[in-house]
Ligand binder design. Sequence first.
Ligand code: C2O
Length: 536
Amino acid sequence: CMVRHYKFNVVLANTSRLCSTKPIVTVNGQFPGPTLVAREDDTVLVKVVNHVQYNMSIHWHGIRQLRTGWADGPAYITQCPLQPGQTYLYNFTLTGQRGTLLWHAHILWLRATVHGAIVILPKRGVPYPYPKPHKEHTLVLAEWWKSDVEDVIKEALNSGGAPNISDAHTINGLTGPVAGCPSQKGFTLPVRPNMTYMLRVINAGLNEELFFKIAGHKLTVVEVDATYVKPFKVDTIVLGPGQTTNVLVTTQQGSGRYIVSVSPFMDAPITVDNRTATAILHYTGTQMASPVSLTAPPPINSTLVATKFTNSLLALNSKEYPANVPTTVDHSLFFTISLGLNTCPTCTGGARVVADFNNITFDMPTVGLLQAHYFGIEGVFTDDFPANPAQPYDYTNTTAQPANLATQNGTRVYRLAYNDAVQLVLQDTGMITPENHPIHLHGFNFFEVGRGVGNFDPEKDPRRFNLVDPVERNTVGVPAGGWTAIRFRADNPGVWFMHCHLEVHTTWGLKMAWVVDNGKGPNESILPPPSDLPKC
Ligand code: C2O
């Protein structure tokens, strides 16, 4: 195994999109940022130097960080942020992991522009469990605002309402021609006829699930969130923020240019959206002026297209890559997901939108939770996160508002002993509006053993759980007005964040943390903190 060295200089860079220019926070001046390439079991050292006036921290989304929570990155959860001028060396090993992931800033809304791909190749000499592609390409999808992104969220927090949606979507940093800026360039993906390509597609956006499709070409899905799946063919894939999907695309005999489209998916009563980003799949040798083949992207509320994709996902579960689903559970938990309102005298209408698991809106601490846990600092968190919502709790109506929209605030964690098996049912509710929630768990992969629409039935639904080959992920879309059940084994000591990966919902408090440690034996405890760990 190798040690891979990277240097991330966090710097401002003037960047032009949609026919106007603004300074954005970047890594090494690039948008998207540099791709981190390594092999399974390699050690990665990333030296981050913060040259901007914002506090900074970087998260390696989906990297397990076995016993190295100090390198996980979420600000005030596993570390204090790097203040302006500070440096921190993220040091972690890619034990038993290979596939496509992403890195991103994990503080404020800076991940809008501070993000990039992580490509982990299999160990040398180990093939993919599908035919070797002729070539691989990485496609990072994101969102673009004309205004400064930090101003967008600040305004929203001051008013108490929802922030403005993005002005455009991007594919490897480019939107393609859009209304108001027809000269905007798009990304070009060069291909040759009769070849198979692998596309590593990443949703690095802030607040939207995205559809991805290529005119005239089927996509064979082979991997999600850096875990292999049983291959299947579709026209359109859907990715929540933080999710990744590898697809194989076989080119045809022939030539031409084909539109690659990226458009938002929202389970909302919005039917028109003109923010489709486009790239071109270009058969090399074909004149650039030749006709372009276009098939329209799915409308924004195409729930059936999204469901068709997610329902097709199953773990590969081969001899080499078995699905080790916990068959018994030590903790059977039920978390509701809702949006609520808390009083806010200075806000428009006297209230602000908040979000919660089990009616608890998470208060960010001012000291890292991992530090508080490791050094036994009292008064930072309480370990009484409830296993169930407070009763009676009305989530029976997924379309209308229950009477009480208020939530409780707290920095509460749920404590697990090392190696405990957890089953967690995540139930979306109708407070304010039902919506899909891509829930991300740090420190673990989990198996999605069940999902459904409406309310989870604790009697009937578990009988239909798939404990054989459920898909393994790190971020799962809980369907609007429905539920998802996941299982994972707490085989990684530390403090691990769990939150909605729609950044606006994280900001509103849809987050909590798990503490895993019984303090027994070296493999069941976290490693000591590095000496350059930033201080609060
Ligand atoms: Cu990709 Cu806690 O986030």
